[in-house]
Design a protein around this ligand. Sequence first.
Ligand SMILES: Nc1nc2c(ncn2[C@@H]2O[C@H](COP(=O)(O)OP(=O)(O)OP(=O)(O)O)[C@@H](O)[C@H]2O)c(=O)[nH]1
Length: 506
Amino acid sequence: MLRQMMLIFLFVISSAVIAINGWNLWSSWQRTLHLTEENARNLSVSLSRQAEDTFLQIDLTLQDVRDRINQGGMEKQADNLQKLLRAREAALPPLDSIVIYNAAGYPTLSSAAPPQVKANSADREYFRFHQLSSDGKLHIGDVVRSRISGNMVIPVSERLNNPDGTFRGVVMASIRLDYFRQVYDYYNLGTRDLMALMKADGNIMYIRPYSNHLINRNISLSPLFTQLLTTTASGAAVYRAAVDGRPRIFGYASLKNYPLVVTAGYDLQEVRQDWIADSLGSVLLNLVLLALLLLLGFIVLRHIRLNLHNQLELTMVRDQLTHMNRTLQGLALVDGLTGLANRRQLDWFVPRAMERAIKLRTPLTILLIDVDSFKAYNDTYGHLAGDECLRKVAQCLKRLPLRSEDLVARYGGEEFMLVLTDKTQPEAHLIALQAVRAVESLAMPHQASNVAVKRVTISIGMHWQPRVFAGALPTEFIDKADEALYQAKHRGKNQVWVSNMPSSIG
Ligand SMILES: Nc1nc2c(ncn2[C@@H]2O[C@H](COP(=O)(O)OP(=O)(O)OP(=O)(O)O)[C@@H](O)[C@H]2O)c(=O)[nH]1
């Protein structure tokens, strides 16, 4: 029972420790995910603001140049425009150059003097865009390598119109890609974490970690464009990056005024590794505590088992001793030849029977039984046959209708005694007569007997006492029965003689 309780206790405690730790780990992981999503979202919003500012400054510069050209023409204010372009380039760090192209695609004015005639841009995507589109909006083109500076740049441009609305050329400000490298490197991120500036159509403009072959790659099939941006302008989510298929915790934000999107993604595996490294200490500590608890539990269990084992052994030894004791007691109280109670038991029993009779005021009877002419039997049939004869007489006496309170015992030699409790005199007498007849009925031949039937017979001296009074001695009873036995023998044997009776009832 104790063992089962201990096992249940250990099971419950270990399950509770494991469950609590599991729960803690799970909530800690959920917290980490949530915090990382928050960080990613904040970072992407911050990057989008920075990009918004950068493009706004360029936008305003281009609008200014366009307005001046529209108002005063190109040729008249060429010098002033040239100065303006240089001043703006110097004032705006992201700028690589500002160039004004004519309708044929040749640079007519540039912040980088002198304008290179060879650097024709008529084939550029942004140039063709403005050639075809007359809406006059700011256009952010694909990343290109500048034919003026040789740098990778993002061309931001506006269309220039003749007074009649026909295409006059393009004013283009190029932003150095390197500028975004500087900005993005400012943030201390892991090697697999990712930041990207993209056009709203999914074209990558800048990506960190930088990879040349990813520039201008279109990832419009990424969940960012197919799902997330269709519902919210900014947010966070876990998905596989389109560029390398690695799962990341992404934050994303669209720019308010420009068709651009910024994402910042924390590598899920790195986040998990950091989280594991952080949690490992407490997990190990808990595991060690659990192991210690289990160890302690099993030591206690072992002690319980040993104690139970010892107790079991002690019980077995006790039972064996009790059994041996009973056997010894039995041996000490039983007559070896006949299996009846022996003299020792009889000596103990008679006073108890007397006490009981005194207490209950019931009669008590003693029958003293003697095998007739037994010396002659021994002499005739031998001592062993004599033993066998005694055994048979004993069995015969055992079969008498006695109660558990009565006792039949071997009194000594060829003599037996019957102690009958709570019997009326006729009842006791009847039992005595039954005993005499039963032995005679055994029909054991006894040629040397001086009893006429020439069989083994017994004589019984009976003493019946209606009341036993306090102070009476066992010997008084036995003596009376002995006297009666004497009478039975004297009067011809094979009969019962009742003490104080005038004649035997044979
Ligand atoms: N075989 C055998 N004989 C025993 C045992 N105990 C006593 N005897 C014998 O029993 C006989 C008793 O004989 P006695 O006391 O002279 O009396 P009896 O011959 O029976 O004559 P009555 O009593 O007058 O009939 C003795 O010879 C004992 O040796 C015993 O355990 N086994």
